[in-house]
Design a binder for this molecule. Structure first.
Ligand code: ATR
Length: 280
């Protein structure tokens, strides 16, 4: 049987995952197909059972099913267990095993922009939601000098730090405080939806106090150049856009399913072309 791959999401209409995975399958010479399915929350269990019965080789999971799906899988890998969310599932000897490639995807895109090991750098995260949690947990493993979190709701940032498995030096504070302390950080990672289309004129904080050598990352990829990244560029700072993380998680998922490393640059250019812009 031809290998079949899927995405379950709600909504699924604007996802670019089918575009990049189908292109990667073709490039790898695999006669398979990747299809996006819109699945309602109350149908999730049946969708998983149906995919098992149909012999789907692997699938991605995204909003709003990343956490809920865990109870319907046969096994969860250690990283996904730690991140408390699954974005990729692989069929292994008739069992669905859940993985999380989001943190790795981000890490991959970040490492391209760094010339020092993570252990020598100080990080600041803006936001304390699901994406922030995956990134914090992944980077924490590399024992950075410190990893602070600023969030509109400070209690959520405190909880993220408190619930993290490996303990690193971290504190939580308000966005205004972060603006004042910005010069303390080598890498600043924005993980909220501020500045995302259509609110393109919004930005989480001013970068005026950032170090000249700081790297500014934004996980938002629509628009390609958010207001935050545009300000960073004007200040002459290095930037990492959100396409890298999106494509990075997809590339890791493709590797898990096929054992083949896809051409990440090609995946990136498909996304950028669809968004109608030039990468940061
Ligand atoms: P995701 O899983 O995509 O990270 P989430 O878990 O809903 O989404 O988290 C959204 C994050 O964006 C949170 O940090 C949220 O701040 P709060 O914890 O205070 O809710 C942040 N966020 C979203 N909209 C925001 C806004 N307009 N101003 C400031 N922070 C915002």
């Amino acid at each position: 049987m031809k290998p079949l791959y899927a995405l379950i999401a709600n909504p699924v209409g604007h996802s670019m995952s089918p575009d990049i995975h189908n292109a990667a399958l073709k490039e790898a010479g695999i006669d398979g197909h990747y299809h996006g399915f819109q699945v309602e929350k109350n149908q999730l269990e049946y969708a998983i059972k149906g995919m098992k019965a149909l012999g789907i080789s692997g699938f991605n999971v995204t909003v709003p099913h990343k956490v809920e799906i865990m109870q319907y899988l046969d096994k969860i890998d250690v990283t996904a267990e730690r991140l408390k969310a699954v974005n990729t599932v692989r069929l292994e000897d008739g069992h669905f095993v859940g993985y999380n490639t989001d943190g790795e995807g981000f890490l991959h895109s970040l490492l391209d922009a760094l010339d020092q090991p993570l252990s020598q750098l100080s990080f600041l995260m803006i936001g304390a939601g699901g994406a922030a949690s995956a990134i914090y947990t992944t980077i924490a493993e590399y024992a950075p000098k410190r990893f602070d979190i600023t969030n509109r709701t400070i209690e959520k940032a405190e909880a993220l730090i408190e619930n993290a498995v490996g303990k690193i030096t971290s504190s939580a504070f308000a966005l205004k405080t972060a603006e004042e302390r910005l010069g303390d950080y080598d890498v600043i990672i924005h993980t909220t939806s501020i500045g995302m289309y259509p609110n393109v004129n919004e930005t989480p904080l001013s970068l005026a106090n950032a170090k000249k050598t700081a790297v500014i990352c934004d996980i938002v990829y629509n628009p390609l150049e958010t207001k935050l990244l545009s300000e960073a560029k004007q200040l002459g700072l290095k930037t990492v856009d959100g396409v890298g993380m999106f494509v990075g998680q997809a590339a890791r998922a493709f590797e898990l399913w096929t054992g083949i490393t896809p051409d990440v640059k090609k995946m990136k250019s498909i996304v950028i072309e669809k968004l109608g812009g030039t990468p940061c």
